[in-house]
Design a protein. Structure first.
Length: 170
């Protein structure tokens, strides 16, 4: 019976490798975001010379949005792979990020919600910058505000639950 138990546990432990295609898919998503960034950058470059200052600000915010999303994906890939699949062997590499290997699931959750709040904040800021245009949809802006505040409240609740959990451990 012990051999069967050990075999089942070995299979379950090895199943973590089934996550690898998901992380590789996220790496490919970053590649696609490079294409999106290039497209937005070209549109932004044209806007700098022909558009209003509001359009330039919106262009910059759009570029920042894509960069934040790419950073978020990278954090999820590194931390998720190291937490759930295997340690990434980059020992001694000068470019290894300091946070690699130290991001727990709770840290990952906070980085995720923090990035989502930042991204939704940028979307809200873009809507506010464009508020004077004749096509302003105030219902859309209300929904953006509602979603942003929902993300902020969720982040605060996550932080509170982590703080309470940490306090209990001490």
């Amino acid at each position: 019976m012990k051999k069967i138990e050990h075999a089942i546990e070995g299979l379950i432990f090895s199943s973590r490798w089934l996550l690898v295609p998901f992380y590789l898919g996220l790496v490919m998503a970053i590649g696609l975001l490079i294409v999106k960034f290039a497209k937005e950058f070209i549109a932004f470059a044209n806007t700098v010379f022909t558009g209003s200052s509001t359009e330039v600000v919106v262009g910059v915010l759009t570029l920042i949005d894509v960069v934040l999303l790419s950073n978020l994906l990278l954090i999820i890939i590194f931390a998720g792979y190291e937490n759930f699949v295997s340690k990434i062997d980059t020992a001694g590499h000068e470019d290894r990020p300091e946070w690699m290997g130290h991001v727990s699931f709770a840290d990952l959750k906070m980085k995720l919600i923090g990035s989502i709040v930042a991204i939704s904040g940028i979307e809200l800021l873009k809507a506010f910058v464009e508020i004077n245009s004749s096509t302003t949809n105030f219902d859309y802006i209300k929904w953006l505000i509602f979603m942003h505040l929902s993300f902020v409240v969720t982040g605060v609740l996550f932080a509170l639950s982590d703080w309470l959990s940490y306090s209990k451990k001490k």
